[in-house]
Design a protein around this ligand. Structure first.
Ligand SMILES: Cc1cc2nc3c(=O)[nH]c(=O)nc-3n(C[C@H](O)[C@H](O)[C@H](O)COP(=O)(O)O)c2cc1C
Length: 166
């Protein structure tokens, strides 16, 4: 059993979350950015976790594209999805539904809300000013390590229970 985690990140938080998840999973796990997904031999993997940052209500384009372009191959594997985002969990299903095909979402054994971070220094000039204004009276979001831990546990339990059913 081998797991691939494929992440899409603009300012590094989703990559950090994906690395944390890879460390927590006890099964053999590889990690790749969505940009390098094309060079991956999916036949080596029994399970795939797709993770993306959210920007303006949707996941990043490369994450959307890799799921829609590889849907058939992905659906042959155990799947899970997580988002790094500033809003709370009540927005998770809305962002997922707006971003990925329903077939993919229906097949995901676990859907994770990992929280997020605003990495002001990694934003462009205009975005930095906009974000500072938007975040003025708000509590900054945080990466939710406990959600990453719960996700790792739940995904491995789901995989194990499906193995015993086979
Ligand atoms: C320009 C911009 C737009 C964002 N839009 C949303 C949004 O619509 N909903 C949300 O929950 N979080 C939003 N966020 C928060 C990001 O999802 C969060 O900062 C995430 O951790 C970024 O991950 P990354 O560092 O991997 O790119 C936005 C952040 C930026 C910088």
């Amino acid at each position: 059993m081998r797991i691939l985690i494929v992440y899409s990140s603009k300012t590094g938080t989703t990559e950090k979350a994906a690395r944390k998840l890879a460390d927590l999973l006890k099964l053999e796990t590889d990690l790749t950015g969505a940009k390098d997904f094309g060079s991956i031999d999916l036949s080596r993997y029994d399970a795939v976790v797709v993770g993306s940052a959210v920007r303006i209500g949707s996941v990043l384009k490369d994450s959307k594209n890799l799921v829609s372009r590889n849907l058939v191959q992905l659906l042959e594997r155990k799947l899970a999805v997580f988002l790094c985002m500033g809003e709370d969990k009540t927005h998770l299903d809305e962002y997922l539904a707006r971003s990925y095909p329903q077939e993919f979402l229906d097949a995901c054994l676990v859907k994770g809300h990992f929280g997020g971070e605003i990495n002001i220094d990694k934003l462009g000039f205009i975005m930095r000013i906009l974000m500072k204004k938007m975040m003025k009276d708000k509590e900054p979001p945080k990466l939710l390590e406990e959600n990453i831990e719960a996700f790792a546990k739940e995904f491995e339990e789901e995989i194990a229970s499906r193995r015993t059913q086979q």
